[in-house]
Design a protein around this ligand. Structure first.
Ligand SMILES: C[S@@+](CC[C@H](N)C(=O)[O-])C[C@H]1O[C@@H](n2cnc3c(N)ncnc32)[C@H](O)[C@@H]1O
Length: 259
């Protein structure tokens, strides 16, 4: 289950990659704009503001996220659905998917299909986290694979469910698109105030969700305490802030005008 409030603890840091991604999308007057894995819709609404003439739709598989998005009352529309089953229409001129594809196994195949099906001149923009080798995720795997958690968590904690920027670029170039691909490591400076380590609080909004769902309350509290202590050792506080480097992968593909 996604919890919009927990996810938005670090809303400012989480929205910046979306804005950096969209800065490289050159669509002028798109007809239909789709945000796949839109979450609670704040960022989707920025698309409706940027392109007032477009029909803007956010799609997400979480009922909690779609309920929060629908309650926003902006111009964008929101639908519950699995992006793995989504297909572009003949007037889909912009597809955005920010921080969502890492949850979708086989998404690289989807990118190929979407690029092939999009109309001439369309834009496909994606961002995924590229931090699966970072200390935060290595420690998460280490604790999950230790006793007593390994039996319950099993394969739940994934190694690296994403490609790098060059891999995605190669796939979209093969479809004849022009491609802009890059990687950025943001150094988030998180407040060290509060009882819990801020990297633990960050991870609770995303990577730790499936872990929490799989454990009972007692085991979850113990897991959280163990991981929190390990995170504090590798991400120390300095002058009231914890530096949390976070690599992200960006790709913007522009489908040829003549297909
Ligand atoms: C980390 S949040 C990102 C939300 C938003 N795009 C943002 O940038 O703030 C990931 C979102 O992807 C959604 N998601 C995960 N798998 C999905 C799928 N197969 N189809 C649609 N949405 C999915 C989740 O429900 C969640 O809202």
């Amino acid at each position: 289950m996604w919890d919009p409030a927990t996810y938005h603890r670090f809303g400012d840091e989480r929205s910046r990659p979306f804005l950096d991604l969209l800065a490289r999308v050159g669509a002028d007057r798109p007809r239909v704009v789709v945000d796949l894995g839109c979450g609670s819709g704040e960022l989707t609404e920025t698309l409706a503001v940027r392109w007032p003439g477009a029909r803007v739709t956010g799609l997400d598989s979480s009922p909690e996220m779609i309920a929060a998005a629908g309650a926003r009352g902006g111009r964008a529309e929101f639908r519950l659905g699995d992006l793995a089953h989504w297909r572009p229409g003949p007037d889909t001129d912009v597809v955005v998917t920010n921080a969502a594809l890492q949850w979708v196994p086989g998404h690289d195949e989807l990118l190929t299909r979407w690029a092939a099906a999009l109309p001439p001149g369309a834009w496909l923009a994606l961002q995924v986290p590229g931090n699966f080798d970072a200390p935060s995720h290595r420690l998460l795997r280490e604790v999950a694979r230790s006793r007593p958690y390994a039996a319950v968590l099993g394969d739940l904690v994934r190694e690296a469910p994403v490609d790098d920027a060059a891999g995605y670029a190669a796939r979209l170039l093969a479809e004849g698109a022009s491609v802009d691909a890059w990687e950025t490591t943001y150094v988030h400076l998180l407040s060290a105030e509060g009882a819990d380590h801020p990297v633990l609080r960050w991870m609770e909004g995303t990577a730790l969700r499936p872990v929490k769902a799989a454990l009972d309350d007692t085991a979850w509290r113990a897991f959280r305490a163990t991981l929190g202590a390990k995170l504090a050792a590798v991400y120390p506080a300095r002058s009231g802030k914890v530096a949390f480097p976070f690599r992200r992968v960006f790709v913007v593909a522009h489908v040829q005008e003549e297909k």
